[in-house]
Write a protein that binds this ligand. Structure first.
Ligand SMILES: NC(=O)c1ccc[n+]([C@@H]2O[C@H](COP(=O)([O-])OP(=O)(O)OC[C@H]3O[C@@H](n4cnc5c(N)ncnc54)[C@H](OP(=O)(O)O)[C@@H]3O)[C@@H](O)[C@H]2O)c1
Length: 279
C-alpha cells in the first residue's frame, strides 16, 4: 500500500520529483500538492494527474510524508503555519530548501520532528541529479529508506551523517553543474578560436563531457588514472594538461569550492533567522 505523499510548493523541483515518482510507478492519486498559484496547480493536475489543493493544512494533515518544496525565504512562515498539524499527525518531513538547517525547521515546526534535509541539484530535471541527504535523530530506518526512495526518482543519493557536510555537498554537487557549464563554455569558445563553427564546437564539447562522465562512472579506475591513461608522453593531451597545471587550475578549483562552501555556511546562518528574511 502506498502512503500519502504531499508536497508544499509545486514548482520546478516538486514537478521533477513527482514526474520521476510517477514514471517509477508511484500512483498519482496518492500524491497531493499544495500550490497557491491556481494556474500552476491546474497544470500539475492536468499533466501529472496528482491531487492539488491551495491549503497547506490539507497537505500537512493528510501526509505520511510531507515534502517542503518551497523557496527558503518562505519556509519559516509555512512551517509556523502548519506546525500544529505536524505536531498532531507526525509525518516524515523532507525539506529540499537550500541552506536551512534541520534545527531551524524543527524549531519552526514545534520540535521533535522526524526530518530529512536534502540538497538536490538541477540535473534532477533530467533524472541525472544527485542529492545529499541528512536525517535528524527523529528519523527511523524505515523513514530513511522512504526519503531515499523519493529522491532516487530523480537520480542518485548520498547520505551524510554530519549535517555540516551538506555545505560541502552544496559546494561540490549543488553548485557543481554550473562549474561544468562554465568549463563547457570555455571549451566551446576555444574550439571556435581554433576555427570550428559554434555548432560544431558545441557538439564536440557536450558529447565529450557526457562521454568522459559515463566512462568515469562505469570504470573502476579513478578519474586521475583515466586521465593518465589518455595522456601519452609528448602528445597533445599532455600539452593541454601542462597548460592547466601551469595556470594553477587545481588551486583555482580548491579555492572556488572553498568559497562556495563558506558562502553556504554564511547563507545558512542568515536564513535560519526569519528576521533576516524580511530585509
Ligand atoms: N531548482 C533546483 O535545482 C534546486 C536545487 C536544490 C535545492 N532547491 C530547493 O528547492 C526548493 C524549491 O525550488 P524550486 O526551484 O522548485 O522553486 P519554485 O519553482 O519557485 O517552486 C516553489 C513553489 O512554491 C510555491 N509557494 C510559494 N509560497 C508558498 C506557500 N506559502 N505555500 C505553498 N506553496 C508556496 C511557489 O508558488 P509561486 O510561484 O506562486 O510563489 C512555487 O510554485 C527551494 O527551496 C530551493 O532552494 C532547488
Amino acid at each position: 500500500m502506498n502512503d500519502t505523499l504531499a508536497f508544499i510548493g509545486g514548482g520546478n523541483m516538486a514537478r521533477s520529483l513527482i514526474g520521476g515518482l510517477i514514471d517509477n510507478g508511484h500512483p498519482a492519486d496518492a500524491i497531493l500538492v499544495s500550490e497557491p498559484n491556481a494556474e500552476a496547480a491546474t497544470a500539475l493536475h492536468d499533466t501529472l494527474g496528482v491531487r492539488v489543493s491551495n491549503d497547506n493544512h490539507a497537505a500537512a494533515t493528510q501526509a505520511d510524508v510531507l515534502v517542503l518544496a518551497i523557496k527558503p525565504q518562505v519556509l519559516a512562515g509555512v512551517c509556523t503555519e502548519i506546525a500544529e498539524d505536524v505536531r498532531y499527525h507526525r509525518p516524515l518531513v523532507i525539506s529540499i530548501a537550500a541552506g536551512i538547517r534541520a534545527d531551524s525547521i524543527d524549531g519552526w515546526l514545534g520540535g521533535q520532528t522526524a526530518l530529512v534535509r536534502c540538497m538536490p541539484n538541477t540535473p534532477a530535471m533530467v533524472k541525472a541529479g544527485i542529492t545529499g541527504l541528512y536525517a535528524n535523530p527523529g528519523v527511523s530506518a524505515d523513514q530513511r529508506r522512504r526519503a531515499e526512495s523519493i529522491l532516487r526518482a530523480v537520480g542518485e543519493t548520498l547520505w551524510v551523517e554530519n549535517e555540516a557536510l551538506l555545505d560541502a555537498v552544496t559546494a561540490v554537487s549543488g553548485s557543481g553543474p554550473a562549474y561544468y557549464f562554465f568549463f563547457m563554455e570555455a571549451m566551446i569558445e576555444a574550439g571556435e578560436a581554433l576555427g570550428l563553427n559554434r555548432q560544431a564546437a558545441s557538439k564536440l564539447t557536450l558529447q565529450t563531457a557526457l562521454g568522459a562522465a559515463s566512462m568515469a562512472i562505469e570504470s573502476d579506475e579513478s578519474p586521475a588514472t583515466l586521465r593518465r591513461r589518455v595522456t601519452s608522453p609528448g602528445g597533445t593531451t599532455e600539452q593541454a594538461i601542462h597548460g592547466f597545471e601551469a595556470a594553477g587550475l587545481r588551486k583555482i578549483v580548491h579555492d572556488a569550492l572553498r568559497a562556495a562552501h563558506d558562502r553556504s555556511v554564511e547563507l545558512s546562518a542568515q536564513l535560519g533567522n526569519p528576521e533576516n528574511l524580511k530585509k
